[in-house]
Design a protein around this ligand. Structure first.
Ligand code: SF4
Ligand code: SF4
Ligand code: SF4
Length: 358
């Protein structure tokens, strides 16, 4: 069983696009350990948390206690434990990186490449690029396959490909771009066209690097290519079942964007998940988005993310137009990359996919 553990909404940075309402609230130890007990109560063989913030490393001691307690609980069970965390990296140090490796905790670093100093700033407005330099070296030394997550704003979209290149040159092989999908993000036809052009540059960069000893894996494309060749849908949402979110006060919600909304609460860590509430929320999420019926890329598109739709439109089934355009652009460019690698008989691509596509 997997849960997202929102250990705090607090943060030590003030990134220009942050949508989090930073409050000093932190999850206490009793709540966190009850979350561990709840997770193991399902009897699954694979368990784990995604530690989420704000900045999760502000609650580092709590995370360490959770890791120790879960290892203890798992000893007699012998299942697999795996964790994830996305951090801004400022508080990352050698001791935590070593612990993460021992505990199978995958760390992703939020970093905006060339735009780091403009977008990811401290509360006094100062940039964080220099402070992150030694942290990048540290993270990649412990986790060479760590993911860099960069956020793309409409006003800076023209620097996306250069930022991806910067992150690759800096040592990251896996890079994921997240476009700014706050309701007030000023995407328009021009910035969407520019985004499409930047993705095309990343197709070129990915193709050039694909067979190098250290390839560039631009995950936005990789996930679409893999899902298409393996003939499976984009992702399965299973809202409220797949990865429920636990708030700092211990209440449980179906996913991140529903946190602290009383009408979507499905339980708490002390009394467990209310199965009727969980099913009610899941049933609300299952109908297909009416506007997507018959679309040629319906199966490949992320239109069914209830979180994203809800956060931008207030409705689980209304896909924001910018998301529709974005999915079309990602899928088109992912296909261009796959076609090129196939035609060039890229050894790495052929090895990865030839058996699966037969
Ligand atoms: S590090 Fe994350 S939570 Fe903190 S301000 Fe930046 S985007 Fe927000
Ligand atoms: S591309 Fe647009 S219409 Fe097609 S499935 Fe995605 S969101 Fe729906
Ligand atoms: S709502 Fe979105 S993020 Fe949450 S489980 Fe569904 S697809 Fe994933």
């Amino acid at each position: 069983m997997n849960f997202t553990l929102h250990v705090t909404a607090d943060c030590n940075l003030a990134c220009r696009y942050c949508y989090e309402k930073h409050t000093p609230e932190r999850m206490d130890e009793r709540t966190a350990l009850a979350a561990c007990d709840l997770m193991f109560s399902y009897g699954h063989k694979q368990n784990g948390f995604s530690f989420f913030g704000g900045e999760p490393l502000l609650c580092r001691e709590l995370i360490e206690k959770v890791l120790a307690y879960c290892s203890e609980l798992n000893e007699s069970r012998g299942g697999r434990l795996a964790y994830r965390m996305t951090t801004n990296g400022i508080l990352l140090d050698e001791a935590f990186a070593a612990l993460a490796n021992r505990c199978d905790l995958e760390i992703a670093l939020s970093h905006d490449g060339l735009l780091q100093d403009d977008q990811r700033v401290r509360k006094d407005g100062s940039g964080t690029m220099a402070a992150l330099e030694p942290k990048i070296d540290l993270l990649l030394r412990y986790q060479p396959g760590a993911i860099a997550m960069l956020t793309v704003l409409p006003e800076n979209v023209g620097r996306l490909a250069d930022s991806v290149k910067w992150l690759y040159d800096r040592g990251f092989s896996k890079i994921n771009a997240v476009i700014d999908l706050r309701p007030d993000a000023a995407w328009d036809d021009d910035s969407m066209a520019l985004l499409d052009a930047e993705y095309l540059k990343i197709v070129d960069l990915s193709a050039v690097c694909y067979d190098l000893p250290r390839p560039l894996k631009f995950l936005n494309f990789e996930s679409k290519i893999a899902a298409h060749i393996e003939n499976r849908g984009c992702i399965e949402c299973r809202l409220g079942y797949k990865q429920p979110s636990i708030a700092p006060d211990g209440n449980i919600y179906p996913c991140n964007q529903f946190l602290n909304l009383a009408e979507y609460r499905i339980g708490d860590v002390f009394s467990g998940i209310d199965k009727a509430a969980q099913k009610r929320v899941y049933d609300m999420s299952t109908p297909t988005e009416a506007s997507c019926t018959g679309c040629a890329i319906e199966k490949r598109c992320r239109h069914h993310c209830a979180c994203l739709n809800f956060s931008m439109t207030g409705d689980m089934h209304t896909v924001p137009p910018v998301q529709c355009l974005h999915e079309q652009s990602v899928i088109k460019n992912a296909d261009l990359l796959a076609k090129r690698l196939y035609e060039e008989k890229s050894p790495r691509f052929m090895r990865a996919y030839s058996a699966k596509s037969n």
